[in-house]
Ligand binder design. Structure first.
Ligand SMILES: Nc1ncnc2c1ncn2[C@@H]1O[C@H](COP(=O)(O)OP(=O)(O)OP(=O)(O)O)[C@@H](O)[C@H]1O
Ligand SMILES: [Mg+2]
Length: 446
């Protein structure tokens, strides 16, 4: 439903506003009803005195001029009068309620109207629906003055002041509520933004621990958590670097010993294994460094970066330069860490070339995100493995057998880098065959 806002600030404001308007409506109504009582009393007094006046004037006139007077006499709203031969009040009609009788002073009406010569010969009264009543007064000549009194029903909400007051108060309240709610929910928005920033970069700046005590406490707790995560990541990175570093020495010693092995075949195999171990350690160390070194984010040309990666791949494998192609804009300005992003794209292009025999890079922009698609002509990856190959050291069987020489960290590193930029890398098998690696990157910088 469109009327129910999605944000906490919006929802709080709507609830508060509805509640406030209801309270205001009730308050103003009570006030109006109070005044209503008074108004009704004034109104009935006015009607009663006008009716008495009419009667007196009428009685003084000769009968033939009474109709003319009635026609021009100004009667209050809701009252009609006629001069007839018969009373309008019929026998059997219920009498007016005592409250109405009292309000219009119908009790003892005869004497109230003045000296005996102008009193009516007979007074009949009957109730009408609501607060109205019929009054028939008999004149000396036998004619009847029939009065029909039906005061308009009270309408407390129709007063202009009511509406104006309601609108003015609601407007003031709305402004105050919007301002207050915005202020109150701002820390939540900031906390969400900080959590998002921490997800991309553990070294994001801490939240200011100011404001009301709850906010300050939440910010403090968040900062403590962030620093624990930072320390945890640092410890792990350091441990990884230390292991990688310390393994080098025994491997070097092993290589020296292998040189003295008698069996030619065994020696060759052992040296190959040791070379593979060294490559893995090298990659691990590079991965650890990737986390540790913080390259500054700058504006750079993403289109040029993609083309450079392809050019360098072509230089490394001149025989396959034909299979490397770029499609997309000549220039595309983006914000991020170019050296890291270049490594990520180079890993994807390297995979496409190694396992798919081609690398066609297509760069496009969609909704503020750059899309870099890298297509190849290889066998693709079994659907169950599409996500798993992103795990460190994960390699598929056939690529191990082919001895393409990788360590299984390329995709892990590529995804790490793009996620740190607020983007991502995914793999899909293209329906026409071959694999597509798709990197998305927010152009404004993560
Ligand atoms: N374009 C591709 N086509 C088919 N399989 C692929 C493709 N890209 C990656 N793979 C599979 O995913 C595995 C993991 O790739 P990843 O880049 O992480 O490691 P690697 O290429 O084996 O080693 P390196 O660390 O040197 O990149 C590869 O070993 C390969 O089996
Ligand atoms: Mg690779």
């Amino acid at each position: 439903m469109r009327l129910w806002p999605r944000s906490l600030a919006g929802r709080t404001a709507v609830v508060l506003l509805i509640g406030l308007m209801a309270v205001q409506g009730i308050g103003l109504t009570i006030h109006a009803l109070d005044r209503l009582e008074l108004q009704a009393l004034v109104q009935s007094r006015e009607i009663a005195s006008r009716l008495f006046g009419l009667w007196r004037n009428l009685v003084m006139l000769p009968p033939d001029r009474r109709a003319a007077l009635l026609a021009e006499f100004e009667l209050p709203a809701g009252v009609s009068a006629s001069y007839d031969a018969q009373p309008a009040v019929q026998p059997g009609m219920p009498p007016p309620a005592p409250e109405v009788m009292q309000r219009y002073r119908l009790q003892g009406l005869g004497p109230a109207l003045g000296p005996p010569r102008i009193r009516p010969r007979e007074v009949l009264a009957a109730a009408l629906p609501g607060q109205g009543f019929l009054l028939s007064l008999r004149m000396a000549d036998g004619g009847w003055l029939n009065l029909r009194v039906q005061p308009p029903p009270p309408r407390p909400w129709h007063s202009e002041t009511f509406l104006a007051a309601f609108i003015a108060m609601s407007l003031c309240a709305a402004l105050l509520i919007l301002w207050g709610v915005r202020r109150m929910t701002r820390p939540i928005t900031e906390l969400a933004a900080a959590a998002e920033a921490l997800g991309r970069n553990v070294n994001a700046p801490p939240l200011p621990e100011t404001g009301p005590s709850e906010t300050a406490r939440a910010a403090h707790a968040f900062n403590t958590m962030a620093s624990r995560i930072r320390r945890f990541v640092e410890d792990r990175t350091q441990m990884l670097a230390a292991i990688g570093h310390d393994l080098r020495t025994p491997i070097t010693r092993l290589r020296l010993r292998a040189e003295f092995m008698e069996d030619e075949e065994q020696r060759r195999k052992m040296l190959a294994d040791l070379a593979e171990m060294e490559a893995m350690i090298e990659a691990t160390l590079a991965f650890a460094r990737e986390d540790a070194d913080a390259e500054p984010a700058v504006r750079f040309d993403l289109a040029a970066l993609c083309q450079t990666v392809l050019d360098e791949a072509a230089d490394a494998a001149p025989d396959r330069a034909e299979a490397l192609r770029y499609a997309g804009p000549e220039r595309l300005s983006a914000t991020g860490r170019p050296a890291a992003l270049k490594r990520a794209i180079a890993n994807l292009v390297g995979n496409a070339l190694a396992y798919g025999g081609a690398a066609r890079v297509t760069l496009s922009v969609e909704g503020g995100m750059a899309r870099i698609a890298i297509d190849d002509d290889g066998p693709g990856i079994p659907p169950a493995e599409l996500e798993r190959v992103f795990q460190p050291f994960r390699r598929l069987e056939d690529s191990r057998n082919r001895e393409t020489g990788g360590t299984g960290l390329g995709l892990t590193i590529a995804r790490n880098i793009l996620r740190a930029h607020g983007g991502d890398v995914t793999l899909v098998n293209r329906p026409e065959g071959g694999l597509r690696a798709l990197a998305v990157l927010p152009l404004a910088g993560g």
